[in-house]
Design a protein around this ligand. Structure first.
Ligand code: NAP
Ligand code: ZN
Ligand code: ZN
Length: 352
């Protein structure tokens, strides 16, 4: 039996999201059916709802920070049982045979991962779905290999944003081997930024937050930052020059990055996480003079996402959230546009 599903969907760019109904597939042999309890609101949802990347297929149900409970499993499912607390992040499938998939970096799948929403959905044909639909909804059916276990010590609402924000910051912190003695800067204290601060501090790094105002200073320090800079304060920025081994750049908009390169120590790297589609000028001299690098990073693989969830449980890290009813999603989007989120909105699907 197809699973009747209620949701909130965007039907056009810059138009309020509205209630939407559709069907999820009945679990196949390898599938897990999940009753979604909470879904985080990521800035990428807003980019896609507004067609910022130019490839949105409407109507679209955003949401890729999904936490819920298993309601049914297919005959071949070995990893989960009914009642388990589970999560789904940004991907629900990938080719499984390319070099990236074989190395557990499914997010870089060569033919392309199946994103939780907005990707072609061959498995949805039986219920008339051609495009995957995300977690601003009350049910989802996902292959067991793309489902995560949520540790018991993390409440489901505070766990939901770990499935995107949490892994997107954890993966580069691990890739660039952050540990005791590392000096890490985080630009932008939003959903991703606050996870980066908590995780880097837990790894033993000395963390500095760069923000557009001093509104979030006390919060940053409480989360584990040792230093706080306002990025328009030229004197403070100059004084912090050549200091950082790693800069995690979470800014969600096109912005000036050339001056930030000078904050990097020799061999330091700035990792771009924001989904800006416009060019941002950088200059060769400050890069070559100190062998600095600019890099990018996309979420993380399934194995690393489970490792991140377990790391957060072990270190008592969860997201700081504002739980809202799904019909307040449009208000959440407008507050996110103003960087007025502390530090993640989470939709309570019981209130759908
Ligand atoms: P968010 O909660 O809205 O936080 C973004 C932060 O960026 C804001 O809180 C603000 O920090 C800063 N900011 C916003 N506009 C700015 C501007 N014009 N100039 C300077 N700083 C500005 O967003 P998020 O959910 O953390 O996502 C951040 C970005 O990462 C988005 O573009 C999102 O799509 C992308 N993303 C990428 C991946 C990936 O795999 N690479 C995964 C998830 C999300 P302050 O208030 O501290 O100034
Ligand atoms: Zn996201
Ligand atoms: Zn692949």
């Amino acid at each position: 039996m197809p699973i009747a599903t209620r949701a909130f969907a965007a039907t056009a760019a810059h138009t309020p999201l509205s209630p939407y109904s559709f069907e999820r597939r009945d679990p196949g042999p390898d599938d897990v059916a999940i009753d979604i309890q909470f879904c985080g609101v990521c800035h990428s949802d807003l980019h896609v709802a507004n067609n910022d990347l130019g490839n949105t297929r409407y109507p679209i149900v955003p949401g890729h920070e999904i936490a819920g409970v298993v309601s049914a499993v297919g005959s071949d499912v070995t990893r989960f049982k009914i009642g388990d607390r589970v999560g789904v992040g940004c991907m629900v499938d990938s080719c499984r045979v390319c070099s990236s998939c074989k190395e557990g970096e499914e997010q870089y799948c060569v033919p392309g991962m199946t994103q939780t929403y907005g990707s072609p959905d061959p498995k949805g044909a039986a219920v008339g779905q051609t495009v995957t639909q995300g977690g601003y909804s009350d049910h989802i059916t996902v292959d067991q290999n793309y489902v995560l276990s949520i540790p018991d010590s993390i409440p489901l609402d505070a766990a939901a944003p770990l499935l995107c924000a949490g892994i997107t910051t954890y993966s580069p912190l691990r890739e660039w081997k952050v540990g005791p003695g590392s000096k890490v800067a985080v630009i932008g204290l939003g959903g991703l930024g606050h996870m980066a601060v908590k995780q880097a501090a837990a790894m033993g790094a000395e963390v500095t937050v760069l923000s557009t105002s001093d509104r979030k200073k006390a919060d940053a320090e409480r989360m584990g930052a040792k230093h706080f800079l306002i990025n328009s304060d030229k004197a403070a920025m100059a004084a912090a020059g050549e200091k950082f081994d790693l800069i995690i750049n979470t800014v969600s908009a096109t912005h000036e990055i050339a001056s930030h390169i000078n904050l990097l120590a020799r061999d330091g790297t700035m990792v771009m996480l924001g989904l800006s589609t416009e060019g941002m000028p950088v200059y060769a001299l400050p890069l070559l003079w100190r062998r600095r690098r600019i890099a990018g990073s996309l979420i993380g693989g399934i194995r690393e996402t489970q490792e991140m969830l377990d790391f957060c449980a072990e270190h008592g890290i969860a997201c700081e959230i504002e739980v809202i009813a799904p019909d307040r999603i449009n208000e959440a989007y407008s507050r996110m546009e103003k960087s007025d989120v502390r530090y993640r909105f989470v939709l309570d699907m019981a209130k759908l």
